[in-house]
Design a protein around this ligand. Structure first.
Ligand SMILES: Nc1ncnc2c1ncn2[C@@H]1O[C@H](COP(=O)(O)OP(=O)(O)OP(=O)(O)O)[C@@H](O)[C@H]1O
Ligand SMILES: [Mg+2]
Length: 393
């Protein structure tokens, strides 16, 4: 698929903007702070329903305006679809597909993108929350209904945790509290198991494309691996001392029933601690993704360049998986300010890999950082104004 056209009204530093995008390579250039990232943030909003930079939608509404409008025409094969969303400072956002009012979630069914950004380095070097976010964004990109499951799970965690907290202050373990807790346990397990199974499947499916992408990028095989470190199994391990691993490479695939039992056991295991601390201690919100190069953890061992290559390879792997299974065609590839971080060889190899996708959108502050030899649709950005220059060969 590809973005054919983007219209913005009162979005970030754009009062009004019209952007024509082509199949193939598109380049958005402009000095720092002119509005390059703002453009790709608007595009990827339709894929994830959130900004990759901030958690509050209101930051995306132009200062002083009550609402922002984002409208995007997506071409998938022979079909065009117009997606629209209005972000409101007060009241709920409104979404439309081809002019018909829809629930926001519906938008993600029509558009998929994979964004590469300097912040991706924190997937490999930062804390577990960033890796969980990568996993969850990937699940949603792969299967839009996942956003509902993830939202339901997060709600259950919040409600269960607040029950644990109030149980703590009321004196732990009353019969009424324990009965209510069981109701929440059931829901936590039900949604949690769905997320865990989907993440396990994703990690299995990423393994081969990750290795291929890393080699394509670096020119050498450093044996990149990824595996899940699941809190459900941690809790069990503390008691049994035996090694149970969820989806370590080569680990057997566990059934939904087995995982459900393991989750329930783990909750019983940590019940005392949970009531003591007022925290939900097991479940996908406490899990982590372990990354290795040359049999060593990336975090703490890999060089800056190796860490970057790993992060990029992970995104390429995700794009490859989506491409192979999406009936709507390739995800749109977005590279925000990525070339500045790479040496010449890796710039060219990265561009060669992503050029196989139907559409690539690149932003750069310095045009010289962008690989030559491609026919770019070139757009200049200055202070929220766009100038379209067409192909520059
Ligand atoms: N809600 C908003 N209302 C008005 N202006 C905003 C809003 N949010 C951000 N901006 C402005 O947008 C500009 C930043 O745009 P953006 O992040 O797209 O820059 P960029 O071109 O990607 O720069 P860089 O090359 O440094 O990454 C800043 O000047 C910022 O003040
Ligand atoms: Mg930027």
């Amino acid at each position: 698929m590809r973005v054919a056209h983007l219209s913005l009204g009162d979005f970030r530093n754009y009062k009004a903007a019209e952007l024509e995008l082509h199949a193939g390579a598109n380049l958005i250039v402009g000095r720092n702070g002119q509005g390059k990232t703002n453009l790709v943030e608007a595009i990827s909003y339709f894929a994830t329903l959130r900004s990759h930079r901030v958690s509050a939608d209101s930051a995306m509404i132009r200062a002083g305006s009550p609402a922002a409008i984002l409208r995007m025409r997506v071409a998938a094969g022979e079909r065009d679809v117009v997606l629209e969303t209005q972000l409101n400072r007060v009241g709920a956002n409104r979404s439309q597909v081809n002019g018909n009012q829809v629930r926001a979630r519906e938008l993600t069914r029509w558009f998929t993108s994979v964004m590469f950004a300097p912040e991706d380095l924190s997937i490999v070097r930062g804390d577990p929350a960033g890796r969980r976010r990568f996993l969850d964004d990937a699940l949603i990109a792969r299967l839009p209904v996942a956003s509902g499951v993830i939202a339901d799970y997060e709600r259950v965690v919040r409600q269960r945790t607040s029950l644990l907290k109030s149980a703590r202050s009321a004196g732990r373990g009353s019969a009424a509290v324990l009965a209510t807790l069981e109701v929440w346990d059931d829901q936590l397990i039900e949604h949690g198991v769905r997320i865990m199974l989907a993440r396990q499947e994703l990690v299995r499916d990423l393994e081969a494309p990750l290795a291929a992408a890393y080699t394509a990028l670096v020119g050498e095989d450093h044996g990149p691996r990824l595996s899940l470190n699941e809190s459900v199994h941690e809790a069990q391990r503390e008691v049994s001392r035996e090694t149970v691993r969820g989806s370590a490479p080569g680990a057997p695939i566990v059934s939904r029933e087995t995982l459900t039992d393991q989750f329930r056991d783990a909750l019983l295991q940590v019940r005392g601690k949970e009531l003591e601390r007022g925290v939900t201690l097991v479940g996908p919100h406490r899990d982590d993704l372990e990354l290795e190069l040359n049999r060593l953890p990336v975090r703490g061992y890999a060089s800056h360049g190796e860490s970057w290559s790993f992060a990029l390879a992970l995104k390429i792997a995700l794009a490859t998986v989506i491409r192979e299974e999406s009936p709507a065609g390739d995800p749109v590839i977005i590279l925000d300010d990525v070339f500045a971080e790479l040496d010449r060889g890796r710039r060219e190899r990265l561009m060669a890999v992503v050029s196989e996708f139907e559409q690539v959108i690149v932003t750069a502050a310095v045009e010289g950082d962008v690989p030559e030899g491609l026919s770019w649709n070139r757009i200049e950005v200055a202070a929220g104004e766009l100038t379209q220059r067409g192909d520059d060969g």
